[in-house]
Design a protein around this ligand. Structure first.
Ligand code: NAD
Ligand code: ZN
Length: 342
C-alpha cells in the first residue's frame, strides 16, 4: 500500500510502499479515504526537537482520518464491513486507575497513532475496534477526517458552561476557529477571537460570520469589551495559540472568577503571573486530546444538529500532491488541509 512515512530522521516525509497491516482479534482494518494534516504532522515534517525526541523512524505519520472498515478481527462485535468511520488516535491501556474509572482519555500510558504507532497517512490503517467511531451518513468524509481537531475544539469549549456567557478565544488557527463555531452553537452571548495573522482572522469571520475577530496588534481587547457592552470582561477564555502574550491578555480581560481552558501548547516553560490569577480567583483547566468517547458523542450530535465547520477546510489535494498540502500548512495561511486517498 501507499503510505506517507518519516523514513529518515531528517525534515520531510516520503511516499513509500508499505505492507498492508495485519490485524489482531480485537482490531479492524480501515481503508482510508481522507486524512487531515495536523500541526503535529508539521512538527514531524520539520523534525523539530519534540519530533526527533518522540518519533521513532520509520514511522507512517498521520492520525486524522475517515475511511471504511474492510476487515474485522475475530473477537470484534458491533462493527461491520463497509461501515464508514473515523476514530480516536490515542491508544490506551486498561490497567491505570483512570482507565479503570472509565476516564480513558486520562490514561497515562497513552500512545498515539502516527507518533508512536504506525499511522493513518496510508491506504490502510489498523485500529483497535474500541477506538472506532462510526460516521452517520450526514457527515461527509472530509468532515470525518477533521473530527480529531474538532474534538480538541469541542473538548475545550465544553469545559465550562457557555450558555449566555462572553467567550474569548486566543488563536484563530483551525482549532480556535472551530471552537468559535462550537461556542456559538452552545449559546454563548459574545464570541471574540484574537490572532496576529490577518489571514487567519479573515478565515475565522468566513467560517463563523457572527464572531468578532480582533487583531491584537492593532486593537485593544479593553476597547472590544466596551464596544460589545460587556460590563467587566469575558466570562470564559479558551487559549488556543500556545502564546504567552495571548495568555496574559486573556487573564487581564477576564471577569473576577473567570474560567480558562488551556489547549494551546507553549514552546517551553513560560512565566505566568500567578498572583494575578489568584487575586482574580480564576479557574484554569488543562485540556488534552478528546474525552473518550463523550467528546465524540457530543460533536457528532452537534454536527447532526446544525454545527457547520466545513469552511475551515481551505485545501484538498490528491495524496500524490502531498507536498502542496504541507506547503499550504507551512504557509500559515491555510485552515485545515485534507488529503484524498481513495
Ligand atoms: P495553529 O498554530 O494553526 O494556530 C495557532 C494560532 O495562534 C495561529 O494562527 C497564530 O497566528 C496565533 N497566535 C500566535 N500568537 C498569538 C497571540 N499573541 N495572540 C493571538 N493569537 C496568536 O494551531 P492549531 O492547530 O489551531 O492548534 C491550536 C493550539 O492547540 C496549538 O498550540 C497546538 O499545539 C495545540 N494543540 C493542543 C492539543 C492538546 O491536546 N492539548 C491538541 C491539538 C493542538
Ligand atoms: Zn490532530
Amino acid at each position: 500500500m501507499k503510505a506517507l512515512e518519516k523514513s529518515h530522521p531528517e525534515a520531510g516525509l516520503w511516499m513509500v510502499q508499505a505492507p498492508v497491516p495485519e490485524i489482531g482479534p480485537d482490531e479492524v482494518l480501515i481503508k482510508v479515504r481522507k486524512t487531515g494534516i495536523c500541526g503535529t504532522d508539521i512538527h514531524i515534517w520539520n523534525w523539530d526537537d519534540w519530533a526527533s525526541a518522540t518519533v521513532p523512524t520509520p514511522m507512517i505519520t498521520g492520525h486524522e482520518f475517515a475511511g471504511e472498515i474492510v476487515e474485522i478481527g475475530r473477537d470484534v462485535t458491533g462493527l461491520s464491513i463497509g461501515q464508514r468511520c473515523s476514530g480516536e488516535g490515542h491508544l490506551i491501556g486498561t490497567d491505570s486507575r483512570q482507565s479503570r474509572a472509565g476516564k480513558f482519555h486520562l490514561d497515562p500510558g497513552t500512545r498515539g497513532i502516527g507518533v508512536n504507532e504506525q499511522g493513518a497517512f496510508a491506504q490502510y490503517l489498523r485500529l483497535p475496534a474500541f477506538n472506532v467511531v462510526p460516521l452517520p451518513a450526514s457527515i461527509p468524509d472530509e468532515i470525518g477526517a477533521i473530527l480529531d481537531p474538532l474534538g480538541n475544539a469541542v473538548h475545550t469549549a465544553l469545559s465550562f458552561d457557555l450558555l449566555g456567557e462572553d467567550v474569548l478565544i486566543t488563536g484563530a488557527g483551525p482549532i480556535g476557529i472551530m471552537a468559535a463555531a462550537v461556542a456559538r452553537h452552545a449559546g454563548a452571548r459574545n464570541v471574540v477571537i484574537t490572532d496576529i495573522n490577518p489571514d487567519r482572522l479573515k478565515l475565522a469571520e468566513h467560517v463563523v460570520p457572527t464572531v468578532r475577530a480582533v487583531d491584537v496588534r492593532n486593537e485593544a481587547l479593553e476597547d472590544v469589551i466596551h464596544e460589545l457592552g460587556m460590563k467587566e470582561g469575558f466570562d470564559v477564555g479558551l487559549e488556543m495559540s500556545g502564546n504567552q502574550v495571548a495568555l496574559d491578555q486573556m487573564v487581564e480581560s477576564l471577569v473576577m472568577g473567570g474560567k480558562i481552558a488551556l489547549l494551546g501548547i507553549p514552546p517551553g516553560k513560560s512565566p505566568v503571573d500567578w498572583s494575578r490569577i489568584v487575586f482574580k480567583a480564576i479557574t484554569i483547566k488543562g485540556v488534552y486530546g478528546r474525552e473518550m468517547f463523550e467528546t465524540w458523542y457530543k460533536m457528532i450530535a452537534m454536527l447532526e444538529n446544525g454545527l457547520d465547520v466545513s469552511r475551515v477546510i481551505t485545501h484538498e489535494f490528491a495524496v500524490d500532491q502531498f507536498r502542496d498540502g504541507f506547503e499550504a500548512m507551512l504557509s500559515g495561511r491555510s485552515g485545515k488541509v485534507v488529503l484524498n486517498w481513495a
